[in-house]
Design a protein around this ligand. Sequence first.
Ligand code: ATP
Ligand code: MG
Length: 420
Amino acid sequence: MLFTKTRREAPSDEQSKNAVLLIRAGYIHKEIAGVYSYLPLGLRVLNNIIGIIREEMNTLGGQEVFLTTLQDPNKWKTSGRWDDDVIDIWFKTKLKNGGPLGLANTHEEAITSLMSEHIASYKDLPRYVYQFQNKFRNETRAKSGIMRTREFIMKDLYSFSADKAQHEEFYERATQAYERIFSRVDIGERTYRTFASGGSFSKYSHEFQTLCDAGEDTIFFDKEKKLAINKEVYNDEDVYKTAGVHKENLNEARAAEVGNIFNLGTKFSEVLGLHYTNERGEQVPVYMGSYGIGPARLMGVIAEIFSDDKGLVWPEAIAPFDVHLVSLAGNNERIREYADLLYEEMVTKGISVLYDDRNVRAGEKFTDSDLLGIPRRIIIGKDAVDTEMIEIVNRATGETMRITREAVLALARDDKKNNL
Ligand code: ATP
Ligand code: MG
């Protein structure tokens, strides 16, 4: 039985819709401002998102690692990024007997020096390495719930290529992988590849911006071309040529940056000593790129977009469970046994099901079920036991149907084509 409880009211200091809903539904817990813990339901959603991203990163040929969050100041001094005036969101700490340590806000320094032990020749390239790891950022604003937190999981992939051409080939494939990820979590249509500032080697970086009122960014998007310009480069006339869009075809909207990809060039490899021997026997720096996605920000954006006045409405691919089995047995033994047995059979069939067997009012159960946002609700009351026809409600559409017990047991993940 779930230990988490739903709540009628959100904490009074919480302004963002995603945090209000996720806290009320018992998905997350607010530790302090901008710092949230994940509870069983929330962790299931987050892990489903991570699972989709991991699949796509593996398809790209990425190899998963897990770097440390404690960071060696020397590497950051070498890259020129240790000072607080260079990176203003640092969290730093100290060793007991002396020197300072950093808490990772990104991992370019660590991965670049690590890879120098493994890349020596052009035969070792290209390589793609990624991880899901915590980042710490002392963000000044923390008003967007889990969309901007001071401690968060990032998927960061780093590419190591021999030259610009090899880099660009991968960069394009990575872009397509990102597009697949956003489609798989149902925000593909409203997510735009966006030209933004922040490129160190190329003039622009690419952001993936999802149209969302709660987003902190403003973009100008071309719906047909599926491209956008971030407001920060809107007045830069070059960007229209580079992006291949016309100012007059663009619409302004609020958006949230769910991913960001950078051409790092040889910026880090040169200073941190990541060189390889090319075919002519010369020592040259490795050409790098970095590719980030914030799974929790993605979850927050999805909660903002897919929700209504009753609560959350999860897309199937990331819902914590496929089916919410709601028993209205009360003190009726017959109904309770029927529901218990059905639950066990569903689990045996491999259906992902959350069982509400609490002895509380039906109204309270339905309110909670709406708030939790699991795609399908199955209701077991007197009717189901008497007629063997079971009520199933689609959370997104509100559509109600009565189906047989066999149809319920066919609701396994692979059976979704029956569209119930
Ligand atoms: P922003 O512009 O929103 O501050 P950023 O450009 O600093 O983000 P990156 O360093 O490129 O972000 O990080 C990669 C991804 O990590 C972002 O696209 C976003 O999805 C996620 N992310 C960044 N900062 C946060 C945060 N504070 N909380 C949650 N997710 C974040
Ligand atoms: Mg950004």
